[in-house]
Design a protein around this ligand. Structure first.
Ligand SMILES: [Zn+2]
Length: 407
């Protein structure tokens, strides 16, 4: 394990530890029931922020082999299908200037975004180190370079495929420990007039909406626009535009280029972050206080329902859910099961708390009274899908931004 002492983006040592989440197992390492006797390794998830660039970050990094068998598949979500179709359309309209120019998706996962790009007529290449997921991408007709993206592998991609007009990374940049090494690779592969596009959850919403569970050992960073700008400056890239995105509880799409016009929204974002206090320690102390207040309120609510004899379960077994379950100490004594559409997780147990993960079909069979929505970033989609649960008298509980029951 590697523990960082300076900011991943701007290299400052002005780091503040503000949320002592303690030791957690890897949030995507779902043990099988027969592995219960084995030791579950845990690492510190204490959350820091750089007060110079407002990058929220976890210093402790998992060994890299934890990503080889990766259990997150975005294709499981209807919301992400629609989102990536919009992203691909934007690339065709705004970033790709001639036929045949290459769009490279780093951390392409099962190829959902690149499939959408292909439907827009774009030429694509995926890069991903996870062998089991790359097989799925290839089955979807996506060319994939099956390695970690580094300065060195970028040289080989360039030699084999030529420069990239667009390099995109969606919900992957926040997985990267060595951001400077990654950025070296980006400027190696990027065409002179190319655009580097980063889609990630953003710090402002994370702090304001109490989304502390956005952080886990694989989501090492929550970026502010300021932190992306600070990082880009080391590599001659500047932030030229920012799109605000409603996915994952509040995300952004940041565009970096070597030059060219800068959209007015960039300065507006930097000012918003300053005014929201993202460079001030007091902001994070207040956030940490709210996170603990939510725990007290949520636990009182769940225990009260249990006392009334209600049956409770969780909806979703996302990585972020494990940060919340482990920090709030919510186990199988409170939640009978977690329902998740991802078949790779079904039949396994949640990391740390060991709540069984089952198919959403079980909800009808086992008829819980309440579903705690752990995948709160897909809350609307989940509640729409579970209309029959609600029609049968079932209720939902949303944990954040503050606990609430939705009947
Ligand atoms: Zn920094």
């Amino acid at each position: 394990m590697n523990t960082m002492t300076q900011c991943r983006a701007c290299t400052s040592r002005n780091l503040l530890m503000y949320l002592p989440l303690g030791y957690h197992p890897a949030a995507n390492a779902f043990p099988r029931p027969d592995q219960l006797g084995e030791t579950e390794p845990r690492w510190s998830l204490d959350t820091h922020v750089c007060l110079d660039c407002a990058l929220i970050q976890v210093p402790d990094v998992l060994p890299p082999d934890f990503f080889v068998d990766y259990l997150y598949i975005p294709s499981a979500s209807d919301t992400m299908h629609a989102h990536f179709a919009g992203t691909a359309q934007r690339f065709r309209e705004r970033l790709v200037t001639a036929p045949g120019q290459l769009v490279v998706d780093i951390g392409c996962n099962d190829g959902l975004l690149l499939s959408a790009c292909q439907r827009e007529g774009l030429t694509t290449l995926g890069v991903d180190p996870a062998a089991n997921i790359v097989e799925r991408a290839r089955a979807n007709g996506i060319e994939v370079f099956n390695e970690y993206f580094t300065a060195e592998s970028a040289q080989r991609i360039l030699a084999q495929y030529g420069p990239a007009q667009v390099i995109v990374t969606t919900n992957t940049f926040n997985h990267i420990d060595n951001l400077h090494g990654f950025m070296e690779g980006v400027v190696t592969l990027l065409a002179p007039d190319g655009t580097f596009v980063i889609e990630v959850p953003q710090a402002l919403t994370c702090i304001e909406q109490n989304e502390f569970d956005t952080v886990y050992h694989e989501h090492l960073s929550v970026f502010s626009v300021s932190s992306v700008a600070a990082l880009g400056r080391f590599f001659g890239l500047q932030v030229v535009d920012v799109d605000e995105l409603p996915i994952h509880g509040g995300s952004m799409r940041v565009y970096l280029r070597r030059g060219g016009p800068v959209a007015p929204v960039v300065a507006e974002w930097l000012e918003r972050e300053r005014q929201a206090g993202l460079f001030e320690a007091a902001t994070y102390a207040a956030h940490a206080f709210r996170v603990d207040a939510i725990r007290d309120e949520l636990m009182a609510l769940l225990r009260d329902l249990k006392r009334q004899g209600k049956r409770l379960a969780g909806y979703g077994a996302p990585a972020k859910g494990n940060t919340l379950l482990n920090y709030y100490n919510i186990g199988p004594d409170i939640l009978d099961f977690l329902a998740d559409r991802n078949s790779l997780k079904q039949g396994r147990l949640s990391p740390g708390m060991h709540i069984p993960v089952v198919s959403p079909d079980e909800i009808a069979a086992r008829a819980p009274d309440y579903l705690l929505i752990l995948a709160w970033n897909f809350g609307e989609e989940i509640m729409a899908q579970q209309e029959s649960f609600r029609a049968g008298g079932g209720k939902f509980i949303l944990p954040i931004p503050k606990p609430q029951i939705i009947a």
